[in-house]
Design a protein around this ligand. Sequence first.
Ligand SMILES: Nc1ncnc2c1ncn2[C@@H]1O[C@H](COP(=O)(O)OP(=O)(O)OP(=O)(O)O)[C@@H](O)[C@H]1O
Ligand SMILES: [Zn+2]
Ligand SMILES: [Zn+2]
Length: 806
Amino acid sequence: MQEIADVIVDVPTLQTNIPYEFKIPKKFQEDITIGMRVIVPFGKGDRRVQGFITKLKDEQSFDGELKEILELMDLEPVLNQELIHLGEWMAQTTYSFRISCYQTMLPAVLRARYQKIVKLMDKEIADSELFDIFQGKNWLSWEDVEERDLTSKMLKLKKEGKIEVNYLVDDKANKKTKKVIYRKLPINQLKEIYDKISNRAHRQKQLIERLLLLADDEKIEQKTLKHTYEIDTPVINRGVEEGWCEVKEVEVYRDPYEKSDFQHTEPLKLNQEQQVAYDKINGTIQKDKHEVFLLEGVTGSGKTEVYLQSIAEVLEKDQGALVLVPEIALTPQMVHRFKGRFGELVAVLHSGLSDGEKYDEWRKIEKGEAKVVVGARSSVFAPLENIGIIIIDEEHETTYKQSDSPRYHARDVAIWRAKEHHCPVVLGSATPSLESRARASKEVYTLLELKERVNRQALPSVEIIDMREEMKEGNSSLFSKPLKEALVKRLANKEQSVLMLNRRGYSSFLMCRDCGFVLKCPNCDISQTLHMDTHSMKCHYCGHEEAIPKICPSCHSSKIRYFGTGTQKIEEELNKLLPEANIIRMDVDTTRRKGAHERLLQKFGNQEADILLGTQMIAKGLDFPNVTFVGVLNADTALGLPDFRSAEKTFQLLTQVSGRAGRGEINGDVVIQTYNPEHYAIQLAQNHDYATFYLREMKYRHLSDYSPYYFLTSIQVSHENEVTAAKRIQQVAEFINPYLSEQAIILGPTPRFVARTHNKYHFQLIIKYKNEKGLNEGLHKLLNSTQKEQAQGLTIKIDPQPNQFL
Ligand SMILES: Nc1ncnc2c1ncn2[C@@H]1O[C@H](COP(=O)(O)OP(=O)(O)OP(=O)(O)O)[C@@H](O)[C@H]1O
Ligand SMILES: [Zn+2]
Ligand SMILES: [Zn+2]
């Protein structure tokens, strides 16, 4: 029996980024295991601190008296040996703390302070010894267990399968609700009341003004009234008393899959290209061999069917499968494909689930009941014990990289785990990231290609419209002539259309026509965006929200106007243009409520609308056979951004969205409106020509020393004081320089593109390198030497392979 435990304590500093040793109390020695959480005495005054056991051993290496573990937090491990190792590797490669890596791997319920109980299994209730311990109930609170020193007893019972641990995730706390206010009287009656109220009751009048703007069954959130208009509860209550408004509590979301029943599907007969890909993947599955495949398949080529049949093989071997998809593509349609094939064996993890529901899914996986895990980025940590395949769909998606600490890339984690499990990884995409495609060229990954759509459907034909020409011909509207005609034709044929507004790098802001004033966020160096649904201005960086100014705050002119085009504006224009069309609008505003995204897509899928209008979120994964036309309103808003990946992202987006057209019997058409018709990203998207795009873009990356020819790591320094931040980044550059060889290149330091957010100034430098032995050490030393400052309001972020340069 081992007497010493290595523990990573929950004190995120560098000194504690290595395990500390503790003595294991006798009573726990028999049953304690790696991956359990414990409470240990730590630091000055022996503070009670949480920690994870990472190792059990006989001999201590610390020279001195060891402290004893105080308590156990778990009766069984929450992390397995593999995940413990993974955390160590992640901390090293992402310059983060092991403790934050471990916390990231756990479902929220285990991280937050939910009440924990131990529950007697039903069959044990009659046991007389247990009857006494449990004092005649079938459960005990964890506090009780600790107070009565029953932890070691519980450990034994758990091992014997007589009890289980539950977290009391209060259903009420789970079902999020919000308060909304609405009018109780018709508009004319409310106006009469308004006129009678004394002008001194300023807030009262303001509330009525706001209510008068609401449509008949429209409601406004109490939160918005408070934050945007400073209308407090007493003002509202007064309105309720006087009978002209009403407050109601409504549920914010419900589980979108609750009522779905999934029809069972059978494997389809693979076409020849699919068969070749499947055979290669299956070969490695059968041999328990690790290999990374890049499945490059045009849109609608049936990549998903290849995934499904590979997973079936894995299940046959009694192993599990991990499938990552971008959060936004986690639609009912996607879930349906997996549940339809594998039924109850599928666990789905996505942000639409409550903490309790997520924990339930996690437990199903942990207990081995669910063998196929489908989920967004963080599902890559799912506690599957015996993994037979890991699939990453739409592998080029930037959301697979976490932008906050720990800044891991799910693709790297997936490959790490697959090595550990001796199993294949399949990276699927119609437009692979340049990094992955380059690795396939060098045969680090194995390239598998699906060049044709299933059943040899044609890829849609794409027309590029030069909006400058349209302008010259006197059409200054948002819709070019060919786009209009295409929509009219689809309407007449009862076919569906998808219209995309590219919002990246795009904003709709307020500007004063007299003095040019633009309403900026008080905390950030960026203009605020107008939101018509909440009738307010919002900052997309920090969430600041304020009322829409009626006069210019700078020159007091009333000619303050809205500039730029949002989806709402387009919807209005579209309604004028095609009054008979049914339109579904999908953007941040209409999908804010949980489950709304799914419901809107379901409606469109049921053909309850003619046009689906939306932002990037409609570009991915949708498979609706009746869609025969796709229009892109503005292809090029991202091209001007200072991001070396902007052409790649534009090409990917255009190809993805075009791919939504013509997936059924009828061929599809696409119209792309642009001001840069000669740009290669747009030209090549026209021909769905990924191969040429890849070569062309690689040339540019080579000339400018960017990824995948060079690795990049960015260092960002932020501080409230601009001078402090500027000085400090300069010092960082000097600090890191001696660790670099001649080959490495430092870009900057420079202010970030968005130089100030959250009231802080940001500076960055970018290190480009190929093979730098000293860099890792240098970066860790940098973190180490800046710890004190970090506690005092200066932040230093090290981001390996960053996505964002803005
Ligand atoms: N072998 C097959 N025979 C008949 N139909 C198939 C076959 N394989 C796939 N399909 C069908 O073809 C359609 C397109 O397949 P799927 O959505 O998997 O393509 P994809 O490559 O994932 O596309 P995208 O990248 O555009 O999302 C689906 O409706 C699917 O059921
Ligand atoms: Zn802001
Ligand atoms: Zn002005």
